[in-house]
Structures are given as C-alpha cells and as structure tokens.
Design a protein around this ligand. Structure first.
Ligand code: TYC
Length: 102
C-alpha cells in the first residue's frame, strides 16, 4: 500500500551484550579529630599510594571536605571501606570512608 514503506522502517540497532561491571568511587571524609599522619598511613596501606601522593590526597580531603581515593569494582570498594573503617575504629578515630556508584 505505502510505496514508502521500505523507507519508513525504524532502524534497530543491536548493542553488543558484553557490559562492563559498574564502578564505585571510594570517598574519604574530613573530620576535625583524625590525625593527618593517620590518614596518610591509611592511604599508603590500603590504596597503594606513596607518601607524597598520600599526603597530597589527605590535604585535599582536609581542605575540601572529601575526596575520591580510588575507583573499584563493588567488592573491592566494599573491602577498602571496611578496612579503613576497622583501622579507624581500632585507633578510636572518627574517620569516615564511604562508597558511591560512579
Ligand atoms: N582535618 C584533620 C585534622 O586537621 C585531618 C584529616 C584529613 C582528617 C583527612 C580526616 O579524611 C581526613 N587533623
């Protein structure tokens, strides 16, 4: 009927079905009590930073209130958060670490 039928079909694009797993940002939050050296040690120990990198990120958190300290799969991010929170608890510091989907 419609002589233009062949021209009015919707193009259907198929996506490649291999999806990358979502990534999660691990955030470190500032507070007034956790010693700077403790935060630097945590960043070195759990996030593989050298001393200069760790000091720089610690200062960013101190000045801006928070910073992304790494981006990981859900499971790795969750483990990092638990490790930081446990280390803070053991040392009675109020340091907070959280994660959020990127
Ligand atoms: N603000 C803290 C201080 O002055 C240092 C600090 C930095 C605490 C980063 C937490 O995530 C943090 N001692």
């Amino acid at each position: 009927d419609n002589p233009f039928n062949g021209d009015t079909e919707l193009a259907v694009k198929t996506k490649p079905k291999t999806k990358r797993p979502p990534l999660y940002k691990v955030l470190l939050l500032n507070d007034d009590f956790t010693p700077m050296e403790f935060v630097v040690m945590v960043l070195e120990r759990f996030f593989g930073m050298n001393h200069a990198q760790a000091f720089e990120i610690m200062l960013t958190v101190h000045k801006k209130g928070l910073a992304v300290v790494g981006v990981f799969s859900y499971e790795i991010a969750e483990t990092k958060v638990q490790q930081v929170m446990e280390m803070a608890r053991q040392n009675q510091h109020p340091l907070q670490c959280t994660m959020e989907r990127e």
